[in-house]
Design a protein around this ligand. Sequence first.
Ligand SMILES: [Zn+2]
Length: 123
Amino acid sequence: MFTATLICGTVLSYEARTFRPDPGDVVPCRHHGYCAVQQASGSVAGGASRPRAARRAHGELLDWLRGQSETTVHALLRRGFTLRMVAEAERDGVLDVDLPVGRVAVRRPIEAAPRGPGDDDVC
Ligand SMILES: [Zn+2]
């Protein structure tokens, strides 16, 4: 039996490893709508295959959010973004996500250039 422990403490069990989400995944939670997986057991997640496109997709998510201050989880899913990407953006401090309500707030303006004025590094 493979299990996944959510950040809220709920433990979900799966019959096959392929069904079991990995830590960081956001899955339906029977108490809160959706919660992120904190820990997965049943096997060691060694060499877990993180999709290589994730980074690029992450950029696309930020790209799409640029200029917006608020959106909904539903709108993001409709655009093809995944809950995992939304959770990652939240972890990066970019978004405030209220999954039970489905509200996504952009914490700070997303700019094209990562460096703002005020950096005085000498090149
Ligand atoms: Zn929960």
